[in-house]
Ligand binder design. Structure first.
Ligand SMILES: [Zn+2]
Length: 240
């Protein structure tokens, strides 16, 4: 691990660490991202940054509250920074207004380093599998990282986070009841209002859910496959 201290942190007051939040840097190179995360004017940071070649940088001590999640929520928690560790993965990320991204696969060396780091973190802190999340899971209306090219399935195969069982049966209904779906997403932890309407917030949360658990189609449409995946995850959570 390479020490690259960032001044952007403060004391933890919210409680014990119980979330692990994964990000991509969304900048042209790892060097530029490191500079920004260590610049006190940027007011952003993370505990770790992992380069595409697998080098791990430590920026903020785990005992301190780094500034990576911003306005975010999961279950009843809103101070996600105060309750989490944040890992930045170097990747140029999606196009956004005013920025031409170069979103690409996360290389094997980077994923291997991530697995090693996550295993160490999980040995130090009690973090439930459904608390290992992407930035987009906790801030679906603003964020799309680490995104649909991030291999959550591989991570779950290393006992890091949940992945739905392939044997998941398709639900029999073809029309998905939006209210039930919203309730299920809320039960899993997503910050979503139960409106019974396919409104913009529901589409944003659906899309975050799909980027994480069904990356083949991330249009944000509530379909039967997503419904069965959600039910499977809720069952895993109940049985854990
Ligand atoms: Zn992020």
């Amino acid at each position: 691990m390479i020490s690259q201290p960032s001044p952007n942190f403060n004391d933890r007051t919210a409680g014990e660490i119980k979330y692990l939040i994964l990000h991509y840097t969304g900048m042209a190179t790892g060097e530029v991202a490191l500079q920004r995360l260590c610049d006190e004017r940027s007011k952003v940071s993370a505990h770790y940054l992992i380069e595409e070649d697998g080098r791990i940088f430590t920026l903020v001590p785990e005992a301190a509250r780094a500034w990576h999640a911003g306005v975010a929520s999961w279950e009843e928690d809103h101070d996600i920074n105060g309750l989490s560790l944040g890992i930045e993965l170097v990747n140029p990320g999606h196009d956004t207004p005013g920025y031409k991204g170069d979103y690409r696969l996360f290389p094997e060396a980077q994923m291997a380093a991530l697995v090693t780091l996550c295993k160490e973190i999980l040995s130090r802190h009690k973090i439930a599998p459904w608390h290992i999340l992407g930035h987009s899971d906790v801030a679906p209306d603003r964020k799309s990282d680490p995104g649909e090219l991030f291999d959550w399935q591989f991570l779950a195969s290393q006992a890091i986070g949940f992945w739905p069982d392939r044997a998941t049966e398709m639900s029999v209904t073809t029309s998905v009841k939006i209210k039930l779906f919203q309730q299920g997403l809320a039960d899993y932890g997503y910050g979503i209002d139960i409106t019974g309407q396919p409104d913009p917030q529901t589409q944003a949360v659906m899309q975050a859910f799909q980027r994480h658990f069904r990356p083949a189609d991330i249009r944000g449409i509530a379909d039967p496959e997503c419904h069965s995946i959600l039910e499977n995850l809720l069952e895993k959570r109940r049985n854990y």
